[in-house]
Design a protein around this ligand. Structure first.
Ligand code: FPP
Length: 253
């Protein structure tokens, strides 16, 4: 990664660059199986794509990149795959933290990481601590995350605040729910690799108005050309947020 990673290379397109891109990184297993390798080989190759995606996001002025690394449902996978993934997270974190820090990237993990091995939890806390003052790209890794878990947790937080008398039931509106979520930023563009057309319990609330780009490319083959194609697709979309096309055109004049 170069040190100017957070310098947009296309500032003239600034207003059409999605501020928040979220990615469902799918297809690691199929990539490995196609090569006669174990699934974990696909996850290892997937780490290189993660690095490429972060570099691309930083260079194109994207403010936040949220990556779905491990869903609440992934515990159901074979034990060897789950433990291999945990080792990979630990390895990637200890190798990449310095790069993140040097490139002004702010790193955060969302999800219930309490079930993760202690060394992974420690590596996460350390990476979050070291990068907490950074002002460039916000990199959010969703790990043992589920959209329904996030909403249920937000409801619990709000109920506790009501119980404590801090807020009243009538205060609970969309803004307050949003602010109580683990990811409080709406997603502008969702990219899913691997060809499936599903949300898979990712950022359910935050995807309300997102543009969605599905690529058949398997995650280990994800590169700048796929990311660029997704941005081009986004640029060509008219985001109406419930308005008519005519109203949107008028507001742009
Ligand atoms: C989905 O592919 C991918 C995962 C469940 C794991 C994603 C993990 C990484 C890319 C590696 C590490 C990430 C970080 C942030 C260091 P799949 O196994 O479901 O693929 P398939 O649909 O082909 O079976």
């Amino acid at each position: 990664m170069s040190n100017d990673l957070n310098t947009p290379i296309c500032p003239e397109d600034g207003d059409r660059v999605p501020a928040h891109v979220a990615i469902i990184m799918d297809g690691n297993g199929r990539w490995a199986q196609k090569r006669g390798q174990i699934r974990l080989a696909g996850h290892r190759a997937g780490v290189r794509s993660v690095r490429r995606a972060i570099e691309f996001a930083g260079r194109h002025g994207i403010r936040q990149l949220t990556l779905f690394a491990f869903s609440s449902e992934n515990w159901k996978r074979p034990e060897t795959e789950v433990s291999g993934l945990m080792e990979l997270f630990s390895w990637a974190l200890s190798n990449e933290t310095k790069h993140l820090a040097d490139n002004n990237i702010r790193f955060r993990v969302v999800g219930d990481t309490s079930r993760f091995p202690e060394n992974v939890q420690t590596a996460i806390s350390e990476a979050e601590r070291v990068t907490s003052g950074n002002t460039g790209l916000r990199l959010v890794i969703a790990a043992n995350y589920g959209g329904r878990w996030d909403i249920a947790r937000a409801v619990q937080l709000l109920l506790r605040r009501v119980q404590a008398g801090e807020i009243s039931v009538a205060d609970v509106d969309e803004d307050l729910v949003t602010a109580s979520l683990a990811v409080a930023e709406d997603v502008d563009l969702l990219i899913r690799t691997g060809g499936e057309r599903r949300i898979s319990n990712f950022l359910l609330w935050q995807l309300a108005y997102s543009e969605i780009y599905i690529s058949d490319v398997l995650w280990p083959d994800f590169d700048s050309s796929v990311f660029q194609a997704a941005l081009d697709y986004y640029r060509g979309r008219e985001r109406r947020f419930g308005r008519t096309s005519e109203q949107v055109q008028e507001r742009m004049l």
